[in-house]
Design a protein around this ligand. Structure first.
Ligand code: DOR
Length: 305
């Protein structure tokens, strides 16, 4: 059988398939559908220092292009996460990556400190790309200096590998990627959702309480692929691809372009077993095409010279 294990900078995964933050709850919600220990890693819903109520409803709308969400980083806060959510994942022995969010640099600092040296947590994913908050999020991720400041602060306060999640909603994602690499980031994940909206022609109202939300799913896959392509060339640190990955073929496209791992997001809502099917499908594809290891396939896109 094919060796699917990958190194992603300082972390080693049994396979390159993670579930994306915000699309898999805290793991337990999906455990009836997916044997969690088969996943590369679980990235939990973004955690803040204190609980957040999130944005007004409706907070998710389905469009023909994909989902638009404006959750607004509703979460239980880091204290409840450690007490009530993390123990289950520790028991299931699945590698956990904690997505962290702050409205101020100081919040990222405290989260980094609190989450350091917790069993089962293999990395932090620093969210500087949420489009649905009035402070923090994309306000940090759209500016190279602000992005660097957040990452420097997190790096100073944790011994964990730091992955930084970037937005495509910037003048140059390569520029932001270089800034966070310089600031000490170990891994870059891209992309987060893209600001979008939907309206109802009969009620003449926005279809989201927050009016604007983040678009995910199939519509953003080619954008995500282009971002991975650009970032892989801009930095030396490893890149994790995310955006519209719903099938093994989708995942293989990102690996081909040079992503060392992928995150499966929106499809979890419609097919809770998608991540598992993607792992199995990647293995089948590699074996049928005579690859002994996934490493032989990653980044082998043929560009004409
Ligand atoms: O699309 C997103 N929605 N991206 C994030 O980073 C956070 C999330 C939310 O909670 O609004």
């Amino acid at each position: 059988s094919v060796d699917l294990s990958v190194t992603v900078g300082p972390i080693r995964l049994q396979n390159p398939v993670m579930v994306a933050s915000g699309t898999f709850g805290y793991g337990r919600e999906f455990a009836d559908f997916v044997p969690l220990e088969k996943l590369g890693a679980v990235i939990v819903k973004g955690i803040s220092l204190t609980p957040r109520p999130g944005n007004p409803p409706p907070r998710i709308v389905e469009t023909t292009a994909g989902l638009i969400n404006s959750i607004g980083l509703e979460n239980v806060g880091v204290e409840v996460f450690l007490k009530e959510k993390l123990p289950y994942l520790q028991k299931r022995s699945v590698p956990v990556i904690v997505n962290i969010f702050g409205e101020r640099v100081e919040e990222y600092r405290e989260l980094a400190e609190i989450l350091d040296n917790q069993e089962g947590i293999i990395a932090l994913e620093v969210n500087i790309s949420c489009p649905n908050v009035s402070a923090g999020g994309l306000h940090f991720g759209a500016d190279p200096e602000s992005a660097a400041k957040v990452i420097e602060t997190v790096k100073e306060n944790t011994s964990l590998p730091v992955m930084v999640k970037l937005s495509p909603q910037v003048t140059s994602i390569a520029l932001i990627a270089r800034a966070v690499e310089e600031a000490g980031a170990d891994i870059i994940s891209c992309i987060n959702t893209i600001p979008a909206m939907a309206v109802d022609i009969y009620t003449r109202k926005p279809r989201l309480g927050n009016v604007v939300g983040g678009l995910s799913g199939p519509a953003i896959k080619p954008i995500a692929l282009r971002c991975v392509f650009e970032v892989v060339r801009a930095v030396k640190i490893p890149v994790v691809g995310v955006g519209g990955i719903a099938t093994p073929e989708d995942a293989l496209e990102f690996l081909l372009v040079g992503a060392r791992a992928v995150q499966v997001g929106s499809v979890n809502f419609t097919n809770p077993r998608a991540s598992l099917e993607i792992i199995e499908g990647i293995a089948r594809f590699l074996s049928e095409n005579n690859f002994a290891t996934i490493e032989e396939y990653i980044g082998t896109l043929q560009l004409s010279e």
